[in-house]
Design a protein around this ligand. Structure first.
Ligand SMILES: [Fe+2]
Length: 459
């Protein structure tokens, strides 16, 4: 990988994930003295949490292996009340003797970096990484500790659980390096883990994310495979193996793992689906599965990030047992998000980060796709990087127009080496921010976050 934009912070010889806005910050701070430009909409009331790798030692062997750090901004009454950033105090960070893999090959899921996402369900805030149990946080971002759903969780937990807006359930899965390779779990609205199913797949692959519809759960079994030799050397333990093939699994919600139907697709990699939903036709039920697709991933080693290949639709005809593949756009794109109340339901708008053509080295703007009209809005940002756009519902919540709300994104200024939180109108991201909130210290690019509406966590 190369970087095309020289910044004040590029350092020759350092791995890309420790340069520019991927390099860690050194301090935890709390600020109640935030200022802003423009008008923060008075209807926004909640907490924006964002997770990302921020190695405590200042260094990590791979971008994905740094200790997690949560950045939080509380917004209420047209004001940005506070910012704080806190490391997730995992056992991996605080206990030098902790090992995820024991000498006998056993796995300790309480060890892990919890650096990928942060979500809230049934009043609990969970920092997530796909190799481990969740790590619970309190409303001021202090670490409570590993969480295993009252002892019921028997696998790792993906960093990308799906909250069903219809049932209030949380669906997730975990993948493993030894059988069972893939395990699905369902948590009821009260937070109780009520279903666990083993999903049969041919081998251990990196399954980063998945998707739901109103009646189905979708798994992606793609050819980034586990490599024991790489694992033993301490490197990222995955590599591209096109011969593994690529398939989408469709399991009925409430059904059993052995009811999963598999549909072959062209080899590719997908970190992140945007959404999936069902369409009932006269003769068939079809699932629209929209994703940010890569032609391949890590072909030449685990630092060889391919450029995102663009927005892509898999159309799964459940009646005919077939899949149609349709590229929707070739703009390099990832971090897709839809409104939280439309997860698994028909959506029109998808928000994401635009990437430079050199791969994961830098984002260069935001994009909004309209999957009904095929139009898009783009907000290119010269000299800036925009992190994942997170939708915030407007004052009418789920009854308003789909784009009646706002988008939050951390935007990094390369020349200034500083960050702002931008608030954009979800209907018009191309107009630029309606408010910008300078952060009291740089916020590294990071991965994923959530908007927690007031009342969804213990303040
Ligand atoms: Fe992710």
């Amino acid at each position: 990988m190369t970087t095309t934009d020289a910044t004040v912070t590029d350092e020759p010889g350092k791995p890309f994930h420790l340069t520019g806005n991927r390099r860690p910050v050194e301090h935890e701070i709390t600020s109640h003295e935030l200022t802003w430009s423009g008008d923060i909409p008075a209807d926004i009331d909640g907490l924006y949490l964002r997770n990302g790798p921020n190695p405590h030692s200042g260094s990590s062997p791979h971008w994905f292996l740094g200790d997690g750090m949560i950045h939080g901004v509380r917004i209420r009454d047209g004001k940005a009340e506070w910012y704080r950033n806190r490391w997730v105090q995992t056992r991996q960070m605080t206990d030098p003797s902790a090992r995820m893999i024991g000498p006998d090959g056993s796995v300790d899921y309480t060890v892990g970096v919890s650096n990928t996402h942060v979500v809230a369900h049934s009043g609990r805030i969970l920092a997530l990484v796909e190799t481990s149990f969740p790590c619970e946080l309190d409303g001021e971002l202090a670490t409570v500790g590993p969480y295993d759903f009252d002892g019921k969780l028997n696998s790792a937990m993906t960093a990308h659980p799906k909250m069903c807006p219809v049932t209030g359930e949380m669906h997730f899965f975990g993948y493993g390096f030894a059988p069972p390779y893939l395990t699905y779990h369902r948590v009821d609205p009260s937070g109780a883990l009520v279903q666990t199913e083993i999903i049969d797949v041919p081998g251990p692959t990196m399954i980063h994310d998945f998707s739901i519809t109103e009646n189905y759960v979708l798994f992606m079994d793609l050819p980034v495979v586990f490599d024991l030799e790489q694992a033993m050397s301490g490197a990222m333990p995955f590599r591209w193996d096109e011969g593994y093939g690529a398939r989408i699994g469709v399991m009925p919600r409430g059904g059993s793992g052995d009811q999963t139907r598999w549909f072959d697709v062209d080899p590719c990699y997908v970190f992140h689906p945007a959404n999936s939903f069902e369409v009932e036709g006269a003769d068939a039920t079809t699932i629209m599965f929209d994703v940010a697709r890569y032609e391949s991933m890590w072909k030449n080693g685990p630092d060889d990030f391919s450029a995102p290949g663009g927005f892509h639709r898999w159309e799964i005809n459940l009646s005919a047992g077939s899949v149609t593949e349709t590229p929707l756009d070739d703009l390099p794109f990832d971090f897709p998000r839809v409104a939280d109340h439309l997860v698994g339901l028909p959506n029109r708008y998808v928000y994401g980060s635009m990437f430079a053509a050199d791969g994961a080295s830098s984002t260069n703007g935001l994009v909004r796709y309209d999957v009904v009209s095929g139009d898009s809005q783009r907000l290119p940002l010269e000299g800036k990087e925009a992190a994942e756009p997170v939708p915030v519902a407007g004052p009418d919540g789920t009854s308003g127009d789909e784009d009646d709300g706002w988008i939050l994104s951390y935007v990094y200024d390369k020349a200034e080496d500083s960050s702002e939180l931008w608030v954009l109108d979800a209907a018009s991201i191309e107009s630029g921010p309606v408010a910008t909130i300078p952060m009291p210290q740089r916020v590294p690019m990071g991965f994923h976050g959530s908007w927690l509406p007031a009342g969804s966590w213990s303040d």
